[in-house]
Design a protein around this ligand. Sequence first.
Ligand code: TRP
Length: 338
Amino acid sequence: MEQTQVERKKRLFSGIQPTGTLTLGNYIGALRNFKLLEDQYDCLFSVVDLHALTVRQDPAQLRKNCLKVMSLFLAVGLDPDKSLIYFQSHVSGHAELGWILDCITYMGELSRMTQFKDKSARHADNINAGLFTYPSLMAADILLYQSDMVPIGADQKQHLELARNLAERFNSVYGETFVVPDGYFPKVGARIMSLQEPTRKMSKSDPEDTYIALLDEPNIIRKKLRRAQTDCDNSVVFDPENKPGISNLMSIFSAVTGKNMDEITAEYDGRGYGAFKDAVADAVIAELEPIQARYAKISADKAYLAEVMTKNAERANALAQRTLLKVRRKVGLAALKL
Ligand code: TRP
């Protein structure tokens, strides 16, 4: 009898580290797109708490941050009945596959990772083995679910390349096992820069006045935008090279209003930076307020969060076990038959 093949949606995996505060940059560059990707792909969005341990964390703070990221995932509108929204540490397969991948990852490959070099320079007193093997754990996150697609920023390209190499290496040594994932890069222009040093990416690890946190109150958002670094020629024209500050504000405005650069110039040029900054603040506040309101509700509802966490961890675990079973058999780990 012929079986009708139901076409499987492509699978998409992304992880966000629960360290620091999520910013407007994370929202425009990642979270907001996740919402759009949810319909097209079979999605997993993970709070990658094991990765966070590569840098020394305050345990209570880490726990809080994990719940915060989960609540924000839900507050931006991701649907936990459709997508898998869960904590990495709740599915032990991540660590297990991470170990197996460690054993086919070369020291040389890991030593070349620019993020490792950067982070070891920044945390010179804690260059631990986890920081070194961070990329193979990230590869495990992706490969564990046979993910086709991984939305990432440019800074994670090298890590994704390693995940692809490890998938191919494993497949060639042990036979077809893993899907080789592709990167999904948000379109250029969605890259939001620091408000004080607009040639650097907006980052939650920089000082407070350089970024807008998703949960910043409206008056703080307005204050930070008013103080954003701009040049002094007072023309609202998109020119990232010569006018990085105003161009960044235009990117933000464009991202939240949908207006293009020409429309923004036509509307605001000649009215002074002050007026434009206020318009940007109004638009950002209007975009974030409903998210903040939902966040307040969700984060207060511990029973709901617990239910989402448990159900999704179970579903993710079931998927992970399918891959792990195969992997264990292929590498020669004996099956435990009771
Ligand atoms: N390394 C990623 C970051 O810092 C987070 C991450 C961990 C991730 N595992 C992942 C991203 C898997 C995509 C897929 O941004």
